[in-house]
Design a protein around this ligand. Structure first.
Ligand code: PPS
Length: 303
């Protein structure tokens, strides 16, 4: 089939996918199938050698996942291209359109497993704490995170339609988005790192000095790779390479319409300046001060 015909067919298929419904668990907005599946998610049995990659959506999860996979594979590029990222690392709470769930995928996977979640700290299945699993959390400044999430909601049928940017700004600020308030999420995980093995990474630091941050991940995983292997990992986890890699760019995900906005969109720090109005920026800064007054956590909004 000609390429434009394939694109047209994909768009028609995408348009036919019914929108997912939203519900809540303990006041946190989650997709309805997740809520219906909640007992199974909450009772998930983690194993001591599980590694969990946790984040607020659009904070740099996929980037971190690819870095972790390459470190685990000693920089073997071919091995890391064995399967799309969502199959290499089950997305714990996700229930796919064909009703196969991240929990089923994780249960079917041999150890050692690497898993992904966007759950806020209070909703993480308790077995992760009981088994003292290592966790890598990645956070991104709220403004860029919000913009990235907005575009993602426009192209992903698994998430609610975001409406206009102005509407979405209000939705995000009120925390009525899937996986809840950005503020509660980043603060909750930040606090927990004092009592649990959590490596807390920042998207902005990864942009600033990827090799330094990749080395941190390597040390956290107890690995010791040569400098040239680390350099190879830096190159292969750059935005440009991951954007062209079908195993990391979600190009074949049926719920995503990349013609509306690509999954690998811009990959920069400070894109919020192209989106926020002056008034929104002022309002955001005022609200931000209040929300973040009780934490030592801080972010760069530009490099
Ligand atoms: S998801 O759907 O929640 O798992 O999305 P997530 O992977 O957390 O975030 C997607 C955003 O991360 C950007 N990205 C990268 N930036 C820099 N370098 C690399 N290698 C990289 N890989 C992914 C991606 O482009 C999304 O950000 P935006 O701002 O929308 O471009």
């Amino acid at each position: 089939m000609a390429k434009d015909k394939v694109e047209e067919t994909k768009e028609l298929e995408w348009a036919l996918i019914p929108p997912r419904e939203v519900s809540q668990v303990d006041g946190v907005f989650l997709e309805k199938n997740m809520c219906n599946n909640w007992d199974k998610i909450w009772n998930f049995q983690a194993k001591p050698d599980d590694l969990l990659i946790a984040s607020y959506p659009k904070a740099g999860t996929t980037w971190t996942q690819e870095i972790v996979d390459l470190i685990q594979n000693n920089g073997d590029i071919e091995n890391s291209r064995r399967a799309p990222i969502h199959l290499r690392h089950p997305f714990l709470e996700w229930v796919r359109v064909n009703s196969f769930s991240g929990i089923d995928e994780a249960n079917a996977m041999p150890s050692p497993r690497t898993l992904k979640t966007h759950l806020p700290i209070q909703l993480l299945p308790p077995s992760f704490w009981e088994k003292k699993c290592k966790i890598i959390y990645v956070a991104r400044n709220a403004k860029d995170n919000m913009v990235s999430y907005y575009y993602f909601q426009t192209m992903n049928k698994g998430l609610p339609d975001p409406g206009s940017w102005d509407e979405y700004f209000e939705t995000f600020m009120s925390g009525k988005v899937m996986w809840g308030s950005w503020f509660d999420h980043v603060k909750g995980w930040w606090k927990k790192k004092d009592s649990h093995p959590i490596l807390y990474l920042f998207y902005e630091e990864m942009m600033k000095d990827p090799k330094r941050e990749i080395r941190k991940v390597m040390e956290f995983l107890g690995k010791n790779l040569k400098e040239e292997v680390l350099d190879k990992i830096v190159n292969n986890t750059s935005f440009a390479v991951m954007k062209n890699n079908p195993m990391t760019n979600y190009i074949n995900d049926i719920e995503m319409n990349h013609s509306l906005s690509p999954f690998m969109r811009k990959g920069v720090v400070g894109d919020w300046k192209n989106q926020f109005t002056e008034d929104q920026n002022k309002r955001f800064n005022e609200d931000y001060e209040k929300h973040m007054a009780d934490t030592s956590l801080s972010f760069f909004e530009e490099l």
